[in-house]
Design a protein around this ligand. Sequence first.
Ligand SMILES: Nc1ncnc2c1ncn2[C@@H]1O[C@H](COP(=O)(O)OP(=O)(O)OP(=O)(O)O)[C@@H](O)[C@H]1O
Ligand SMILES: [Mg+2]
Length: 499
Amino acid sequence: MRVGTLVVGRRTRRQRRAANKAERRLLHKISEEQRENKRQQKEMEDALWEGETLPAEGESGDRMGRSVIPAYVSTTRITSNKARVQYPFLAPAGRGGEGVLIGNDKFARGPFCFDPFVDYRKGLLSNTNMAVIGTIGTGKSSLMKCMALRDLVFGRRTFVPGDPKGEWDGVVQAVGGAVITLGGASGARLNPLDAGRRPSRDREEGRPVNDEQWRIMVDNQRLDLLEALISTLMKKDLLQAEKAALRVALEAASARHGGSPIIPTVTEEVFNPSTPVETLEGFRDREDLMNVGREVGFALQELTRGKLRGLFDGPSTVGFDPSAPMMSINLKNFTQGSQAMSLIMACTGSWFEASLRGDDLGQRNVVYEEAHELMAFPQLLERMRSSFKLVRAWGLRNIIALHRISDLDAVGSLGSKQRAVAEGLLSDTSTRVVYRQESDQLENTQRVLGLSDSSLEAVKNLAIGSGLWQVGKLAYLVAHRRTEWEKVMTDTDERLGKR
Ligand SMILES: Nc1ncnc2c1ncn2[C@@H]1O[C@H](COP(=O)(O)OP(=O)(O)OP(=O)(O)O)[C@@H](O)[C@H]1O
Ligand SMILES: [Mg+2]
């Protein structure tokens, strides 16, 4: 006879074996179920992907940046200072949504918005100026036009003092702006010596501007322009005596025209001064004054004769409209790359700048299209650079478009004073957008802009409309996106046939 356990509550061997077996069966069932679940999940994923191929840049639309397959990423903790250097494009945090939408940040895969005024207030930028550098047809003008259009929503207006291709007309007219066309059959005349707008306060100190200060402001603007034009035409800097003769002539011309001189009268005063020489210091006699000013006079004559005839030789027939949402000066009637074009751009630039004085007109963009036209003329560049200094106080933001950094070589050799002026113009722009560059330009671009190797690598492979944005110390790779309407407004390929 077999005797079972006498201890109450203790299981028999058979009971234990049965319990173990049940447990194993349960475990087996669970793992079967898990396997089945996994199989079903995989089947579902496969079904989801079947027939679909992911585009090279990932999904677009509202599934952008998402994946149905979970990604396992190993994480590393690192300070943002180091990360910025080690992972140049990945580290910058998103720029946030302030300012106009430009397009996509290609690395962060999010929208890229930009507002230089906000960045300036935050201390990320030392000025609001911007340079857009890229070879022909890479989308520089498109970017500037779209920024101008989108800026309107923020109440910012845009002024284009010189549009050598006349390509801004459509954009400006579409928003109810004013286009001034010079040359050709237009018959329009513009007096670059116009006084412009009297600001309510002084830009350095913020004090009200009295009559005397206003007169000095206008005189300086006129002298700066005339000296830049004359020394460009004479291909040398003016001597002190020549500057003095010019100043005397300008004062006399101004008195003759009730404070609104015109260039022919200044020329006349240089050749045939009406100012009694006894009242002037430094000149021996009238003969001496006339001799000193002779060359200056001939240079001035060039501005009202020859190719520039009829443009700047009398009172303006066109006016500046300070309330216009956009304004541009169409210069398509003049030959690109000529000295005349550069002189005209300097005159129209100065005229616009005089009209934009004051901080009570809101934030404004001043777009210098094809600024490389000025690159061969350091005096004109210097004048432009000094006008950049107005920016901070008067809420102006200058945007310059350049073809390539080697345009700077045209100004002067490395280390020369002229070259320093041109490079200084670039260093006055805290935001640089580099579009595609010719391969022989890459080294130069890297040197002048101080690009990192990885930034340079990115620049080499840029598509049209994509650029490397250097915003202060941070770099972003951005694809500029246009709406269908903007595409029509900014397309410049029409005459070449569609791409
Ligand atoms: N973001 C973009 N995406 C795709 N194509 C673009 C983009 N921007 C511009 N383009 C196309 O490139 C062409 C040239 O553009 P745009 O005139 O702006 O170039 P550009 O750099 O100003 O040229 P240029 O140096 O001759 O003035 C346009 O016709 C336009 O259709
Ligand atoms: Mg262009």
